[in-house]
Design a binder for this molecule. Structure first.
Ligand code: ATP
Ligand code: MG
Length: 831
């Protein structure tokens, strides 16, 4: 309905007064949030299709009600005797009467005892706190068996949360506009907005009692059972998990294909939460510890590609992003579980402190309900009050950290509104109109507001200008940063200027820093264009940072960029720089006009009616930042790093202008230095020779080590001490721990009933490897891990391991002999 708001308010005229459509609806946050119900019940979904018909100032209640009835009873042949209608009962606080008009319409259609009154919550539809709204009439259906229906009248169950007496269609009669002061204002025209859940309609038409039993979900349910080796309809918990996965994979896939990547905040976090909820249900209730959900995307795509072609286009994006999310969250779960096990092992009590549980939650993002479940399974209890307390303390702490103390503004001149002139000027004569003292963790600062300012305040990812204030008498005050507050530039200085009230200052922006920043900002736009050109139009800006020394750009893309792709991106940007493209800046373009001309607006960003557009040839973006006047000023562009920020989101860090010159200079210095070190003029040839030589030497060293190992092995075989039935072998060897283990391993295969204990020699820290033949672990219950665990005290360290292999590391070489002697004694005693 949001899309049609302007039609309802009479701000815009629609091309057609009547339309019918299907919309993908996501109800997982805000006013309508069904997330926690989904899977537990059988008729709420996180994402569902809403079928609707609309009238913009055309037909009204009578037609809407009659046609709805005709469609469901005549066309779809739904049993009339199972249907109920509700009408708005009126509301005193809003001074609204009962919806008699709707009642009269229904009276001609169904017996009066099936028309029920409904309150404001169910029968007065509002999208949010403000905007178009009106009374509504819902159609409900009773899907219970005849015997149940005879036992209890369906009308008593309407709007009572019964899983088989549910709403299928809501007819909304839009006639008011809710104002900010809560008043209702009649709209110039009356409108219709109806919504029928497609999944619920299917359930009714196909004679099912759960939408998961319809053909919309059955294909998915079957595949989930196959992939997770589970059965639907056998246990309550498994069924919920299967429904959760079937539902959530749809919501996640559709959202990702519509351009919303999972992330750590905002709308992206909603998608991440949906996916994690499904992964967690599979993990806990279906024992599925490996990624599998991405394998469901293909089925969804073949099911829906004819209705929503966008999911076909972005199929592989969705598969990759979901797989990444699965891998990373399963790793989180694994790490959290390992930590939880260690905590339980080391706990002398059967209660785990809330503080510890909070640590796992905080550092690993491990869900607290899972912690609780795992603890319960192991007969441990969780100190939930302690957890809540730790959570609250952390919230308080971060609140406190974020707080800085501001004194009240001292107003020097009240009547002036600040003007920003920084697109055209870098200096100006200014007066201070307001100032205040600020104390934060870095000390004391002052914030100044001028009557007008050439200083760009930090916004849109671009850093704030620096510069200085100068008085006639030559006093200088440095402006160390400029921030935005309520659309006003706030200049930050360390010291309050003398005669702040009366002085006129020359405010000067650091033009060098500004220019470098502008180069990076314009380069960011070209980079955005290059990425869409090279990788595809699924690339969307997800964040950016424009600094004077570098730029950082986050964007949606599902895999690491290859070196070839990075080079193509650099080449594209540098080609635009060489083309000397002049800046075309428009300061006040109507938003709609700019969008029509294909200007890039940021997803989720709010824009006013008029916007500023920045164009360099085919790159056009809505942007408030500062830019070069011709691309040639950027000089050159280089990507210095490409990395992942979150699954499905990549980051590019790049430099331009003087930083590239510095970069080139440094690279040249490095090459010169290498040339000098190698005493070579042909560096490439010399380096490749060096690599070859190195490979040859490595091989040689490896051969020698192998020879040495053989030699030591032969020596050790001669040194076997026979202690009754056990062959005891001990030695300190001058080799790496890895090679020593190798030797022990080989010995163990050559000598039966052996107990081997080897240590390194002449290394800074002692390390011990111990092998025990399986026969001995069985016959004498010798356990290498336990023995080494105890004996490691001799070398002042820690150790442990399995029954037949263990290792230890320590600080004290002198203890090695004692450790071996002690092991020898143990071997003697067990027999
Ligand atoms: P309910 O009380 O069942 O949650 P609602 O009052 O929230 O429904 P409306 O906001 O009037 O529903 O939405 C119109 C129609 O959309 C409903 O009649 C129903 O068919 C469908 N619908 C609403 N929420 C969901 C959901 N979470 N999943 C599937 N269909 C839904
Ligand atoms: Mg609802």
């Amino acid at each position: 309905m949001n899309a049609f708001k302007d039609y309802f308010l009479g701000i815009e005229k629609p091309a057609n007064k009547r339309i019918a459509n299907t919309q993908k609806c996501l109800r997982v946050s805000g006013k309508h949030n069904d997330l926690e119900e989904v899977g537990k019940d059988t008729y709420h979904h996180t994402m569902f299709e809403m079928l609707g018909n609309w009238s913009f100032g055309d037909y009204f209640k009578k037609e809407a009600i009659n046609w709805a009835w005709e469609l469901i009873t005549d066309v779809y042949k739904i049993d009339k005797n199972r249907l109920y209608a509700t009408v708005f009962e009126g509301d005193e606080s809003d001074n609204l009467p009962r919806d008699k008009e709707a009642y009269e319409c229904w009276k001609h259609i169904m017996p009066e005892n099936r028309i029920l009154n409904g309150n404001k919550k169910d029968n007065f539809w509002e999208m949010g706190d403000q905007g178009p709204c009106g009374p509504c009439s819902e159609i409900h259906i009773d899907l219970r068996s005849n015997s149940e229906r005879n036992a209890k009248d369906g009308k008593e169950l309407v709007n009572k949360g019964h899983p088989l007496v549910i709403e299928i269609w809501n007819l909304v009669f839009i006639e008011y506009n809710r104002k900010a002061n809560k008043d209702l204002e009649p709209l110039p025209e009356k409108h219709i907005d109806t919504g029928m859940g497609f999944e619920r309609l299917c359930m009714v038409i196909q004679g099912k009692t759960s939408s998961y039993d319809t053909d919309i979900f059955q294909v998915l349910v079957r595949e989930i059972c196959l992939l997770t080796n589970s059965k639907y309809g056998h246990s309550k918990e498994e069924d919920i998990a299967i429904r959760v996965i079937a539902d959530h994979i749809r919501a996640a896939t559709f959202s990702i294909c519509d351009g919303q990547m999972p992330s750590n905040n905002g709308a992206g976090y909603v998608i991440r939460r949906i996916l994690r909820r499904a992964i967690r249900y599979a993990f806990t209730f279906l024992n599925k510890k490996k990624p599998f959900m991405h394998n469901l995307v293909g089925i969804l795509v073949s099911q829906f590609k004819n209705v929503f072609p966008e999911i076909y286009k972005s199929k592989y994006l969705a598969i990759n992003v979901i797989r990444e999310e699965e891998i990373s969250f399963l790793k989180t779960l694994d790490d959290g579980l390992a930590l939880l096990n260690t905590i339980m092992e080391h706990s002398s009590e059967k209660v785990i402190s809330g503080k510890k549980a909070f640590e796992i939650y905080d550092t690993y993002g491990f869900p607290i309900d899972l912690t609780k479940l795992v603890l319960e399974e192991n007969q441990y209890e969780l100190d939930i009050a302690g957890f809540t307390k730790a959570l609250q303390e952390q919230r308080d702490r971060s609140k406190k950290d974020a707080q800085s103390k501001n004194e009240d503004w001292i107003i020097l001149k009240d009547d002036e509104q600040q003007e920003f002139i920084g697109y055209d000027y870098l200096e100006a004569e200014v007066r201070v109109t307001r100032y205040r003292k600020l104390t934060n963790k870095d000390g004391q600062l002052y914030q100044l507001i001028f009557n007008l300012t050439p200083f760009y305040a930090e916004s849109g990812g671009q850093v704030g200008d620096k510069g200085y204030l100068e008085t006639d008498s030559g006093d200088v005050y440095y402006i160390i940063d400029t921030k935005k507050e309520n659309n006003t530039s706030v200049h930050i200085v360390k010291n309050l200027p003398k005669n702040v009230k009366t002085s006129i200052f020359r405010a000067v922006v650091d033009s060098k820093q500004r220019f470098r920043t502008s180069c990076n900002h314009s380069a960011t736009h070209l980079l955005h264009q290059a990425l869409r050109e090279v990788l595809g139009t699924h690339v969307e800006q997800k964040g950016s940072m424009v600094h004077s020394n570098y730029l950082r750009f986050d964007f949606s893309h599902y895999k690491k960029l290859s070196n070839e792709e990075i080079k193509q991106v650099e080449d594209f940007v540098n080609a635009r720089i060489k083309e000397n493209i002049p800046l075309e800046e428009k300061r006040k373009v109507p938003y709609k006009q700019a969008i029509k001309q294909n200007a890039i607006a940021l997803f989720g960003e709010k824009y006013g009616d008029t916007v500023r557009s920045i164009q360099f040839g085919k790159s056009m973006e809505l942007c408030g930042g500062t830019h070069v006047s011709n691309t040639s000023e950027i000089w050159h562009f280089i990507v210095v790093q490409e990395s992942a920020v979150a699954s499905g989101i990549r980051r590019i860090e790049a430099i331009s202008f003087d930083d590239v010159k510095e970069y080139f200079k440094n690279q040249a210095d490095i090459v010169t230095q290498i040339g000098r070190d190698l005493k070579s003029k042909d560096i490439v040839k010399s380096v490749s020779q060096l690599i070859k030589e190195n490979q040859y030497q490595r091989k040689l060293v490896e051969q020698l080590i192998n020879e040495k190992k053989k030699f030591i092995l032969t020596g050790l075989l001669k040194k076997v001490e026979v202690i009754e039935a056990i062959n005891f072998i001990s030695e300190s060897i001058d080799m790496d721990t890895k090679d020593i283990r190798d030797i022990a391993f080989q010995l163990e295969r050559m000598v039966e009933n052996c107990f081997i204990i080897l240590s390194n020699k002449d290394k800074e820290k002692p390390s011990i490897s111990c092998y025990v033949s399986k026969s001995l672990t069985e016959k004498y219950k010798l356990h290498a891990g336990k023995i080494i665990g105890v004996l490691s005290k001799h070398i002042g360290g820690k150790g442990g391991g399995h029954a037949s292999f263990a290792s230890a590391g320590g600080d004290n070489h002198k203890g090695v002999e004692e450790l071996i002697q002690n092991a020898r004694e143990i071997v003697c005693q067990v027999q």
